[in-house]
Ligand binder design. Structure first.
Ligand code: CO
Length: 497
């Protein structure tokens, strides 16, 4: 390996392996028969092993070092080298013993978590979770950090984000969002029972496909399937897929999972194909990814204008169920604020209290200031404190999320960061596209998608998250944009004084 071209080829090979793993992963969640799982895990771990070898290859590392001092490269090329070198140096920090230990612990933990959840018995999962927390603590020391060990874990998902920055975000939530939610809870309840009638599966499917098409999702470069948990994945910008889940007794499940996952996939479809296999051909971070899904799901998909446009076609598909429901009723019910047990079903305000609880717990676990065996009681106390809810069982409490069983710590905050980036980006889009709300009301979302493509998608990792935010909106991530958005929206919906 001698020059930039060799670097590109090698980097693309690593990506080819990752994308192949993604195809197998997609198949596992959507199509694979039950008995496929044994050899599937073997196939996946073989690919993981090969790609790890390629990514810590010595010749590759030497080439990256050499190119990082090469002044003949242009700006984009240098950026690719800078990020690839960072990744290389990080991969080098992991011994193969660590990687093997990690994958072993995770596969046991995942099984134990499923069993524990099924049997509503946290003690089944307890030891495995302890092992994973210890492993992550070791990892923090291995990777290094400036202020707080949790920084090292956050960095995995949101490069550059620190624990103290997350603390500030959540203290804003405590100071401003919680009192606002309390104010709402004193108002009359919104009627939303019409969501929970029988809605035929095939008809729901058709409506969801139509919503994706209207967003500008390209079905020649993607497809939608059914899975137990909705997700999006991609194998290149020209094949970015989504899945959804349909509940015949709850209409909201399908609608907002389609729009949410569609938002993720639009980001992937907007990455430039010429950068495939290079950092500039990758999305920035989980927080920015989530900003794209939430901008579509909440700022657009739960707006008045959006339902002014889409409600009539929904009503024509389900005339009986919706005969007494107006577009405005439908919009209000889509924004019903109500503290609840399960994070994934939460409204766009109380959602962040669920994340706050997980952040506080993760940080304390990594610091070692609380122990795993006390998690159920700590969890329940926090749900009482922040959401005013009694948790009836660990299955619906501390065992509800899959993340910890996968060894993912530091992931949850990116959901909240994503919503806040979304509000800030959308505010800018409204400034830059003066008739945006009217356009949405007319079902025209082309200018919005073009704006996202131009300002965010096409850049890949050219900027880091904060740089991008400043470039697009003029300022750093600021909670104020989210708070202003929810204040304006919910003051109207709930006729607050
Ligand atoms: Co998402």
């Amino acid at each position: 390996m001698k020059n930039y071209k060799d670097y590109v080829n090698h980097s693309r090979k690593i990506t080819d392996l990752h994308m192949s793993m993604a195809v197998l992963g997609w198949d596992q969640e959507t199509k694979m028969p039950k008995n496929g799982s044994k050899f599937r895990s073997q196939q996946l771990s073989t690919l993981a092993e090969i790609s790890h070898k390629l990514s810590i290859d010595n010749d590759y590392g030497n080439l990256l070092l050499k190119l990082s001092n090469d002044n003949s490269l242009d700006k984009d090329q240098s950026r690719n080298i800078e990020l690839s070198l960072k990744k290389f140096e990080k991969s080098k920090k992991y011994s193969s013993d660590f990687i093997i230990e990690e994958s072993k612990l995770i596969s046991i933990a995942f099984q134990k978590w499923r069993l524990a959840k099924e049997n509503n018995d946290f003690t089944i999962f307890e030891n495995s979770l302890e092992n994973l927390v210890e492993l992550r603590k070791k990892e923090c020391e291995l990777l290094g950090y400036k202020e707080h060990p949790y920084d090292a874990l956050l960095n995995e998902y949101e490069p550059g984000l620190t624990t103290s920055e997350v603390e500030i975000i959540f203290s804003n939530i405590r100071d401003y969002l919680i009192p606002f939610i309390k104010k709402i809870s004193c108002e009359a309840k919104i009627e939303d029972s019409f969501y929970f009638q029988y809605f035929n599966k095939d008809k729901q499917w058709g409506f969801g496909i139509n919503l994706l098409e209207k967003m500008g999702y390209d079905f020649d470069s993607g497809r939608q399937d059914i899975s137990a948990h909705p997700f999006s994945t991609h194998f290149s910008p020209e094949d970015a897929r989504v899945t959804t889940r349909i509940d015949e007794n709850n209409l909201s499940e399908m609608i907002w999972s389609c729009i949410h996952e569609g938002g993720h996939a639009l980001y992937e479809q907007g990455i430039l194909s010429k950068n495939y296999g290079l950092p500039l051909g990758e999305t920035i971070s989980l927080g920015i990814h989530e900003s794209q899904s939430r901008l579509w799901e909440n700022n657009v998909g739960r707006s008045h204008a959006y339902w002014k446009n889409n409600y009539n076609s929904l009503k024509s598909i389900f005339p009986e169920q919706l005969s007494e429901v107006s577009a405005n009723n439908f919009y209000q019910a889509a924004n019903n604020v109500k503290p609840s047990l399960i994070r994934t079903n939460a409204d766009e305000l109380t959602y962040h209290l669920h994340v706050l609880i997980r952040f506080e717990i993760e940080k304390s676990l990594i610091e070692g200031s609380i122990s795993v065996k006390n998690l159920p009681s700590i969890w329940n106390a926090k749900y009482k404190e922040y959401l005013g809810i009694d948790v009836p069982s660990d299955s619906k409490g501390v065992l509800q999320d899959i993340h910890w069983s996968h060894g993912s710590f530091g992931y949850f905050p990116t959901y909240t960061i994503g919503s806040f980036y979304a509000a800030q980006f959308y505010n800018q889009a409204l400034n830059d596209i003066p008739n945006l709300e009217n356009e949405i009301e007319e079902g025209n979302m082309k200018n919005l998608l073009d704006w996202l493509r131009k300002n965010i998608h096409q850049h890949g990792k050219r900027y880091d998250a904060q740089e991008l935010c400043i470039k697009v909106t003029g300022v750093k991530l600021d909670f104020k944009y989210f708070m202003d958005y929810v204040k304006e929206k919910y003051t109207k919906i709930y006729s607050l004084k």
